[in-house]
Ligand binder design. Structure first.
Ligand SMILES: Cc1ncc(COP(=O)(O)O)c(C=O)c1O
Length: 416
């Protein structure tokens, strides 16, 4: 069969919805300045779907440093991969400052978190080693494991009893192969907002011999006393062997880093294929990240503002009877019962009649019959935004409960 003909008949798990969803549910264009209000399809909406947690995306100092760095350095420098010709003192300075901030000996920059994570996993394990991971692990963790030639065991999300069983299985195998065990979890789970049970996981180190890698994409900059992450929040930084953070969320940039013991980071520098064989982060990204980190450290009021909004939003939604699952982070899932048609009607109603833009997650990403509307509060939201959103969600829930979305049509909503 012709390869392209096959592809046109099998557009993929997400691509199958492209004709109905493109430009509205998928690939929507949010225009204007990054803020709580942006333009979607020509109209201003209240935006709850950007991971601009502490509002650095459009912070005047950040914008200035980004622009000045671009003017001074351009986007080309340095050319080549870090190992070959892309090393600079700025990259090294950022690595030292990141390591200090997250309480580790050393850190190394990654061009993108996704590729970085794939190669971290690939570099750490060989066919004799066993990976044990949480069932809700992010795609970059799953893809890293696809390269793994040894055994891998999954435990149901945050289920420590099952994790213990999998560690028992893994230990039996590594006893035979002479390999080691790598446990991988996220810090904050980006869909549900719940936290990995890091205290329970590190306590298992008393019983089993394993190393722990934490992907804290959503926790870096938002969790812990200083914003150093979910392991700071739980007070277990010393027991998390490798800490991964991205600049794509609270730092409102591009790039990521991995932090840990000096000798391990040095090993990774020389063995992560996606970094060895790819161009170094351009200078404005590095200088911009230094500025963002400085603000993260010196302006704790940004994180405090985020949490004021988070607490008000989550408290208000709960008081109106909305189910937010087990979130303990800024990620705010509103969990409703309904089918795919109801989910699309609700999203349309929110966007067109209430001017609220949030992300929607449905089957097959989550079980059938559940609708997850995900709100990401940020430091640039206001308490008025929060109040309006709480009232809106309360109305939407009432409409859903009374079957207003089951007819396939509600006033002002046109479903093609
Ligand atoms: C949990 C998690 N890990 C890794 C990544 C990938 O990071 P990046 O955007 O830097 O590639 C993301 C998304 O950005 C994420 O949510």
């Amino acid at each position: 069969m012709d390869l392209f003909e096959k592809i046109s008949k099998k557009p993929g798990p997400l691509g199958q919805y492209r004709d109905q969803a493109h430009g509205y549910y998928m690939f929507p264009k949010l225009e204007g300045e990054l803020s709580n209000r942006m333009i979607f399809m020509g109209k201003e909406r209240l935006i709850w779907s950007l991971n601009n947690y502490i509002g650095l995306g459009n912070h005047p100092e950040v914008r200035k440093v980004d622009a000045d760095a671009a003017r001074e350095w351009g986007l080309a420098y340095p050319m080549g991969a870090r190992m070959m010709s892309g090393q600079t003192s700025y990259h090294e300075q950022l690595e030292r400052e990141l390591a200090d901030f997250v309480g580790r000996e050393s850190s190394y920059l990654l061009n993108y978190g996704y590729q970085g994570m794939v190669s971290i996993i690939d570099a750490l394990v060989d066919r004799n080693d066993v990976i044990v991971y949480d069932s809700e692990a992010h795609a970059c963790i799953i893809d890293g494991m696809r390269l793994h030639l040894g055994k891998r065991f999954v435990y149901p999300h945050n289920n420590i009893e099952n994790l213990t069983k999998e560690l028992e299985r893994a230990s039996k195998i590594t006893k035979e192969t002479g390999g080691g065990i790598l446990v991988i979890t996220e810090g904050v789970y980006g869909m549900s907002g719940d936290l990995a049970k890091l205290k329970d996981i590190v306590a298992l180190k008393n019983k089993f011999d394993f190393k722990l890698l934490v992907d804290d994409a959503h926790g870096f900059g938002t969790m812990g006393k200083t914003g150093a992450g979910t392991d700071e929040h739980f007070g277990v930084q010393d027991s998390v062997d490798l800490y991964f953070g991205t600049f794509a969320k609270a730092m409102a940039g591009i790039g990521a880093f991995i932090a840990g013991k000096k000798e391990i980071i040095r090993y990774l520098m020389y063995n992560m294929r996606s970094q060895i064989f790819a161009k170094s982060l351009p200078m404005p990204m590095v200088i911009g990240a230094l500025k963002r980190l400085e603000l993260l450290k010196t302006q704790p009021e940004l994180k405090e503002k985020l949490w004021t909004i988070v607490r008000a939003l989550q408290k208000g939604l709960k008081e109106k009877g909305l189910n937010l699952g087990n979130t303990e982070s800024p990620v705010t899932p509103v969990i409703l019962s309904g089918n795919v048609s109801e989910a699309t009607q609700i999203t349309h109603d929110l966007r067109e009649n209430y001017n609220i833009f949030c992300s929607i997650v449905i089957y097959p990403v989550i079980p059938k019959g559940i609708i997850l509307l995900r709100l990401i509060p940020t430091a640039v939201h206001t308490l008025e935004d929060v109040e309006y959103t709480i009232n809106t969600f309360s109305e939407v829930k009432k409409k859903l409960d009374t079957g207003k979305y089951s007819s396939g049509k509600i006033e002002g909503v046109v479903i093609e």
